[in-house]
Design a protein around this ligand. Structure first.
Ligand code: COS
Length: 381
């Protein structure tokens, strides 16, 4: 029983090194990235240099072979200082996991080393009329000769325009519903692909979110990474693994906010003493830390289930994403409350963290969808 809930030393060392890198090379730019709505290029460079932008890629394709828990720790530590930067490793995992799970050897050899070399990989599922109801997607793929022709558009695509590669799920046989959907890889250089204007977002402002348009994009059959009609199951199964990375982001944002609030509570003096000395503030800090630790245990347990592909993964990934993002929303608000007026202005990072935390309750499936997934996959059922 010894150390059952203690992280093995290699994960602790990973946390220490990613934290050091994040504080030195990512945190100094987090505010300007947010204020200027600009891609966090400094973070992209630092993560790339350290082999952290796509560490999940198996070693035979040039990656670090970071397991699901290691990937969670990387994303958590980057999010602790900058949410937008943490989307770099998160989006790269989301975009490439369908290839890793569904692609053949030749396809993996073709794209994964390029991902490791710094070319991003985005995931295109959502559309303007197909969000929670993902299988209602209308982007159309038609068989033409030996290949395929893609037409339609995708919405809310993270890092669109920055990424070189896009996993796209498209409908080939509408009468079959979700069984008519197939998954493909589209490259930014393919004729017929274009991008909308960046969305003006509340948070995660450093990460561009754009529409992606496909106008008669011609694809060979070597771009198909699922069996014909198996694209929806592949897309959903991908989310079972990657919703945990959103939990990791939320965890990092909450921890970052707690760290700022705890430090501030010792610096700020009112009524002749540190505000930490007031029991009301102590109770808030204690509740924040308690909730973060509970979320961390759930998220790490979900990551291990992802790595081992355990049968209750679907429940655990939805639960970790839902619980942790709801928790992060409350904790970041409490952090602002502790900082008072200073929390409400951008001199301190907690208002940015709250704006970022809001999205973790929405993307990769709203928390209402997570509850549907949980209810359909109750533990023990
Ligand atoms: N893994 C593998 N297959 C899955 C699956 C999963 N996690 N979830 C569903 N499927 C399969 C089902 O087994 C079913 O196949 P069968 O008919 O052979 O059983 C098929 O897909 C359709 O499933 P279901 O009927 O459950 O689909 P619904 O239309 O009811 O939708 C939800 C299910 C709502 C859970 C799904 O649409 C969803 O997750 N929506 C949110 C999408 C999302 O997260 N979007 C964010 C964009 S990504 S950034």
């Amino acid at each position: 029983m010894d150390n059952l809930f203690d992280l093995p030393s290699e994960y602790k060392e990973l946390r220490t090194s990613v934290r050091a890198l994040s504080e030195k090379e990512i945190a100094p730019f987090a505010q300007s990235v947010d204020e200027d709505h600009r891609f966090p290029q400094e973070a992209a460079n630092a993560l790339q240099k350290a082999g952290l932008s796509a560490a999940h890629v198996p070693t035979q394709y040039g990656g670090d072979g970071a397991d699901a828990l290691a990937t969670v720790i990387i994303i958590e530590e980057v999010a602790r200082v900058c949410g937008a930067s943490s989307l770099i490793p998160a989006v790269n995992k989301l975009g490439s996991l369908p290839l890793i799970m569904g692609g053949n050897e030749e396809q993996k050899q073709r794209w994964l080393p390029q991902l490791v070399s710094g070319k991003g990989f985005s995931y295109c599922l959502s559309e303007s009329e197909a969000g929670s109801d993902a299988s209602a997607l209308r982007t159309k793929v038609e068989r033409v000769g030996d290949g395929w022709v893609l037409n339609g558009s995708k919405k809310w695509i993270s890092n669109a325009g920055i990424s070189e590669f896009y996993t796209v799920v498209a409908q080939g046989e509408p009468t079959l519903g979700s069984k008519g959907i197939t998954a493909f890889i589209v490259e930014k250089s393919d004729p017929g692909i274009s991008f909308g204007a960046p969305e003006k977002k509340m948070g995660f402002r450093g990460s561009p979110t754009r529409e992606v348009y496909f106008d008669n994009v011609k694809l060979g059959d070597d771009r198909r990474i699922s069996e014909i009609g198996a694209g929806f199951a592949l897309a959903m199964n991908t989310l079972d693994h990657t919703r945990i990375t959103i939990a990791a982001q939320a965890l990092g944002l909450a921890q970052g906010a707690l760290d700022v609030a705890a430090r501030y509570s010792h610096e700020r003096k009112q009524f002749g003493k540190e505000i930490f000395d007031f029991q009301g503030v102590q109770f808030m800090l204690a509740d924040m830390a308690m909730n973060i630790e509970a979320a961390r245990q759930l998220t790490y347990a979900a990551a291990v289930k992802s790595e081992n592909n355990e049968k209750d993964l679907r429940f655990f990934s939805a639960a970790s994403k839902c619980f942790t993002s709801d928790m992060a929303m409350r904790i970041t608000q409490d952090a602002i409350q502790i900082l008072g007026g200073y929390g409400y202005v951008s001199d301190y990072p907690v208002e940015r963290m709250m704006r970022d935390a809001k999205l973790t309750q929405i993307y990769e499936g709203t928390n209402q969808i997570q509850r549907i997934v949980m209810a359909r996959n109750l533990p023990g059922s």
